[in-house]
Design a protein around this ligand. Structure first.
Ligand code: PLP
Length: 504
């Protein structure tokens, strides 16, 4: 039998069904004193469905019978099983798992924001409209683009939005281009969004140094290519050094340049993508701009575009007009060229509030500092670990993340997965592993700007200790994690044979 409760910090938690005891109740409502209605007085009996809750028709539903306290303890304990940013270091590359200042949570919870109804008359929601209008302007400034929509609710939906706009623009030009060029280091959402938008994907191989080459783009760029979809910095954590020349090749042959802006944490205040020839970029407010993420929570993926694409942005747009010296904000629905709506109402508003608070609090200098320290921290990790683990690319400075391969591990009989699992024993969330796909056994480490040198040093010494164990005592890795409630799980089986139904 599973032991219930806590032993030190090790807890066992049976599912609620396993705790069920016949007849036990969470709440005991007072017996109702309303006489039973005779439905046949309203609806002729022959039309009435037979059976009802009270005659036991639903008795076959198996529900756990437990007390209120059982339920409270169950969920409280489960909540303590979570590992999050507020528990420890979380260097999950490509995800920008950084600490989000609590003040932005407070701001997002202000009554004036939380009690707003989306159908409220515009005249009564001027503050919210102004916030969205100004956030659009801020994001346009940060990216160097001309116009922004806040509507998409994730990075991936932002990608789809941008590609639908490209498709509409091409249709208006009377062109039927069918391909999107995507580098082999791309995030999986890039090809997925391209397919959803009706395009075919052409994979472009990165060059020796991990960046795109002019040659490969020249070769692939023909009159059937709608856009190049690249990520900058790319998912090896490297700045695409030829991006300007690459953009002009794409433009010369009538294509668009889409930049996946999920890595904006490395560029704020340093580089404006719009200055590099990018036509459309999505941002992930839940990565860069102060919304906690992971676990599939709400996101926000604004899209910023250059002027030529602005008329295709989703509706409604937010408009500012001056009347008698006052700024009046309103929604504008009537753009004939718009690709339409991507999401109910106006997007995930509370995330916009956090992003606005964050941008205003940091200011231009602060945002630049965020990116500088994110880059500094990643390089500190890269320099400190490169004697111990093999870098995934030439030894040159990285941007916001450092990527290592498993090439030094193989001869020791351990894998990237073993290192990742052993890190859990050291109290660290593993980095992103086996991505990007072009690196064998990739370990992609993104420390972000919010970690102190002390924290980075303790991570580095954990990695060094694990490398030493791999040589001296590889079973430590092969059996890891051992300090957790549940040790190594069979991940394939967990995905192939999920246990979704409990049978007594
Ligand atoms: C996270 C991420 C995405 C997708 O963003 P979601 O908000 O998760 O949809 C796309 N590209 C890159 C490089 C990312 O890191």
């Amino acid at each position: 039998m599973k032991r219930v409760g806590t032993t030190g910090l090790v807890m066992e938690e049976p599912i609620l069904f396993e705790r069920s005891v016949k007849g036990r109740r969470g709440v005991s409502p007072v017996a109702h004193d309303v006489p039973k209605a005779d439905m046949s007085a309203l609806i002729p009996k022959r039309f009435l469905r037979s059976g009802s809750v009270s005659d036991g028709r639903f008795d076959s539903a198996v529900l756990p019978e437990i007390s209120e306290l059982d339920v409270v303890r169950h969920y409280t304990r489960l909540s303590q099983w979570n590992f999050g940013l507020e528990t420890g270091f979380y260097p999950l590359g490509s995800c920008t798992m950084k600490y989000n200042p609590k003040v932005n949570e407070d701001i997002a919870r202000l009554d004036g924001f939380t009690t707003l109804h989306p159908y409220l008359d515009e005249s009564l929601a001027q503050g919210a409209l102004q916030l969205m209008y100004e956030l659009e302007k801020d994001l346009a400034e940060i990216t160097g683009m001309d116009a922004v929509t806040l509507q998409p609710s994730a990075g991936a939906q932002g990608e789809l939005t941008g590609l639908l706009m490209v498709a509409k623009c091409l249709r208006d030009r009377g062109e039927s281009r069918s391909k999107i060029l995507i580098p082999d280091t791309a995030h999986g959402t890039n090809p997925a969004s391209s397919h959803l938008a009706g395009f075919k994907v052409v994979k472009i191989e990165s060059g020796e140094d991990g960046c795109l080459t002019l040659e490969s783009i020249k070769e692939a760029m023909d009159s059937d290519v709608a856009a190049l979809m690249l990520t900058n910095p790319n998912t090896l954590g490297l700045f695409e050094h030829d991006i300007v020349e690459i953009a002009s090749i794409v433009h010369d042959r009538g294509g668009f340049v889409f930049c996946d802006g999920a890595n904006m944490n490395a560029l704020m205040g340093l580089v404006r993508l719009g200055d590099l020839g990018v036509d459309v970029v999505q941002l992930n407010l839940h990565k860069t701009f102060s919304t906690p993420h992971g676990g599939g929570g709400p996101g926000s993926g604004p899209v910023a575009v250059k002027g030529g694409l602005a008329k295709y942005l989703p509706v409604p747009r937010i408009k500012k007009e001056e009347t008698d010296g006052n700024d009046i904000y309103s929604f504008e629905y009537g753009s004939a060229d718009s690709i339409g709506r991507l999401k109910a109402f106006y997007g995930n508003f509370a995330i916009m509030v956090r992003a606005y608070g964050y941008i205003r609090r940091c200011g231009p200098e602060g945002l630049r500092r965020v990116s500088e320290i994110a880059i500094l921290n990643a390089n500190y990790i890269k320099e400190s670990l490169k004697p111990t683990f093999d870098l995934a690319h030439d030894d040159k400075p990285c941007m916001h993340e450092a990527v290592f391969s498993d090439s030094g591990l193989k001869e020791l009989g351990v894998t990237t997965m073993d290192v990742a699992k052993r890190l859990i024993d050291y109290g660290v969330h593993p980095p992103t592993v086996y991505f990007p796909l072009v690196v064998n056994g990739a370990m992609m480490i993104e420390p972000t700007e919010t970690e102190s040198k002390t924290e980075l040093d303790s991570f580095i010494s954990a990695m060094e200790a694990i490398a030493e164990e791999a040589k001296q005592n590889p079973e430590k890795l092969l059996n890891a994690p051992t300090a957790t409630k549940i040790s190594r799980v069979d991940e394939t089986r967990a995905a192939r044979e999920p246990k979704l139904v409990w049978r007594p």
